[in-house]
Structure formats: structure tokens, C-alpha cells
Design a binder for this molecule. Structure first.
Ligand code: TXA
Ligand code: MG
Length: 307
């Protein structure tokens, strides 16, 4: 990725308009929320979401939280049962994230959910994130705005320290109120499970299946078929996912572009899983930049399943 000049603008109508313009153009922008600073991009644009991973230098793909402005918007993205409705009424806008079944036709890039049929949603309370959501008019995917392995930023200066030169803009709204990421609840089974403790304490204890670290999610999406990596060509019983000069039955990126490949990854895997061929082969992906995250996910998908 080419180094860019990172601007820091104090919150205000002009800064919000500039942030919305950049997000519309496919960039990721740092914005304060009531919990921590988030690195926000258009949740419907797979390459923009790939840009979040590239900027953070994350070694893998973890599903991201999607931020919405209204309940109406939330309902186009996820299915709310009565319990989810009640939690949203009670705690939104605020530092609570709900993991819910993804709605049919949700306008969300598959890289956001890392291919999962569920989605983490929250309606933030901070006026900066709310103004930005209104200005963009689309849901925003936003993990914490820190480089991978660094702690979550609670001031614009923290974001600058870890992402200077990697993103075009930081909106400076001062210190965040909570300084701690949102509470995450999963409502995808019949019950309510606490996946991450946070500012909203509902008296639940951490669920056994909770995510401890990126990539540790028990329910990570993986195809059901055997996968062969670094394949220069496909065999008769394989669906070949190509990259660059390896054309394949489908391709992650014909031009060998890693941003495009990351954006397409989960769709191509789902497609391969649904194909007639009983096996999947995947062309070699270079291990540089986003390629490392893609390869991390592919190695996990190819590893023998346990349980
Ligand atoms: O306070 C916050 O939530 C901040 C601000 C910026 O909103 N955002 C944040 O996002 O902490 P992030 O991406 O760093 O954390 C997302 C967490 C991860 O632990 C991820 O595994 C979990 O949410 N998550 C996302 N989608 C999920 C899903 N479908 N099922 C289970 N866990 C999910
Ligand atoms: Mg984080």
C-alpha cells in the first residue's frame, strides 16, 4: 500500500462532509464513538472493507461490527426476534452490539461477516459517528482504529500513532466516553450469550464459545469440502478458484489484485462449496500485504476439521 498523508480534522460539519466523501470514494476513515475510535468504511463495498484490514495490518479476517443510524436500516441487515427488539429499544443508541441472523439480501459485503450467516450490529450514540452515518446514508463497518496487536484508541492521537500514513483522515472528537469496546451479545441460538463484556452489564457471564482473540471465533465460516492450496491447475474432481494468471472456474482477482481478492474471498468459497465438484483447489496467493490475511484464512479452511 502506498503511504498516504493522514489528516486530523476537528469535528464539525466540514470534517463530517469530508469523511463522508472519502468513505463514498472507498476509503476507511477514523471516527470517534462513545466506546473507542473506529475505522469506518462502507459496509456494502468489499474493497473498502478490505482497505480496513490492509490499514490495520490484521493477520486474518475477523467479522466486523456494522454501525447503523436507524432501526429501519438495522432491519434491512439483520433479523430481530422479540428479545433482540427489546434489547435494541432499551440500549440503542449505545455501547451494545447484537449478533443476529443476517437478513436475506442484506446490503453487506461478505468480507464484513467473514462469510458467516450472522452479523454484529450496533447503533452508536456518539454524535460524530451518528452524523457520519447520516451523511453517508449507508451502514458502516468499523473495528477499533488501531493497528493489529495495538490497544484500542481512545484519542485521535492514539489513532495517529498507530495508523499514520495508512489512512487519509482522522476525525478528532477528543477522548471517548467509555474507553472500552461495546458489550457483545449473541442472539443467534435460542438464548442470549455474552461474547464480550463491555460498558453495558446485563449480569451475564462470558459464554464458553466467546471469541478470545481474532481468528479464534468458534463459528468461523469454512467450506465443507476438502481444500488444496497453492494449486497451479485444477484436477477433474476439483472446483478451481483462480488468482492472477491461474484462471480457474472462478477467480479471486484476474489481475492479481489482493484488495479485490480479499473482497471476493468468502463469496468465491461459498460458490465453490455449492459447485458440483466434491473438492476445492485454490491458486497460490502471494503472502505479502493482504495476501497474508487471505492465506491465514485459507490455511484454516484447508486444515482438517475437529468436531
Ligand atoms: O465498541 C466497539 O464495538 C468498537 C467501536 C468502533 O464500535 N468496534 C469494535 O469492533 O470493537 P471490532 O471489529 O474490533 O470487534 C468486533 C468483535 C470481534 O471480536 C468479532 O469477532 C465479533 O465482534 N463479531 C463480529 N461479528 C460476529 C459474528 N457474526 N459472530 C460472533 N462474533 C462476531
Ligand atoms: Mg479491536
Amino acid at each position: 500500500m502506498s503511504a498516504q498523508n493522514t489528516r486530523v480534522l476537528p469535528l464539525g460539519p466540514e470534517a463530517i462532509a469530508e469523511a463522508a466523501r472519502l468513505i463514498g470514494a472507498g476509503f476507511a476513515v477514523a471516527v470517534p464513538t462513545e466506546t473507542v475510535y473506529g475505522l469506518a468504511a462502507d459496509a456494502g463495498n468489499g474493497e473498502a472493507v478490505a482497505g480496513i484490514y490492509e490499514a490495520k495490518g490484521r493477520p486474518g479476517f475477523n467479522p466486523l461490527i456494522v454501525h447503523v443510524e436507524t432501526m429501519e436500516q438495522a432491519r434491512t441487515i439483520a433479523r430481530f426476534n422479540s428479545e433482540a427488539e427489546a434489547l435494541a429499544v432499551r440500549h440503542w443508541p449505545g455501547p451494545l452490539t447484537l449478533v443476529l441472523p443476517l437478513a436475506d439480501g442484506a446490503p453487506i459485503a461478505s468480507l464484513v461477516t467473514a462469510g458467516l450467516p450472522t452479523i454484529a450490529l450496533r447503533m452508536p450514540a456518539h454524535p460524530a459517528m451518528r452524523d457520519l452515518l447520516r451523511a453517508v446514508g449507508r451502514p458502516l463497518a468499523a473495528p477499533s482504529a488501531n493497528a493489529s496487536g495495538r490497544i484500542s484508541p481512545t484519542r485521535a492521537a492514539h489513532v495517529l500513532t498507530s495508523l499514520d500514513g495508512r489512512i487519509p483522515l482522522i476525525l478528532d472528537g477528543g477522548a471517548t466516553e467509555h474507553g472500552l469496546e461495546s458489550t457483545i451479545l449473541a442472539l443467534t441460538g435460542g438464548d442470549v450469550r455474552l461474547l464480550r463484556p463491555g460498558p453495558i452489564d446485563l449480569g451475564l457471564t462470558l459464554s464458553a464459545g466467546a471469541i478470545e482473540a481474532p481468528g479464534q471465533l468458534a463459528s468461523h465460516y469454512a467450506p465443507t469440502k476438502p481444500i488444496r492450496l497453492n494449486a497451479p491447475s485444477g484436477r477433474g474432481d476439483e472446483w478451481l478458484i483462480g488468482f492472477g494468471s491461474v484462471a480457474g472456474d472462478s477467480t479471486l482477482s484476474a489481475s492479481g489484485n489482493l484488495m479485490e481478492a480479499a473482497a471476493n474471498l468468502f463469496e468465491r468459497l461459498h460458490e465453490a462449496d455449492a459447485a458440483d465438484e466434491p473438492r476445492i483447489a485454490i491458486a497460490r496467493i502471494p503472502d505479502s500485504g493482504l495476501g497474508a490475511a487471505i492465506n491465514d484464512r485459507l490455511r484454516r479452511a484447508a486444515a482438517p476439521r475437529t468436531g
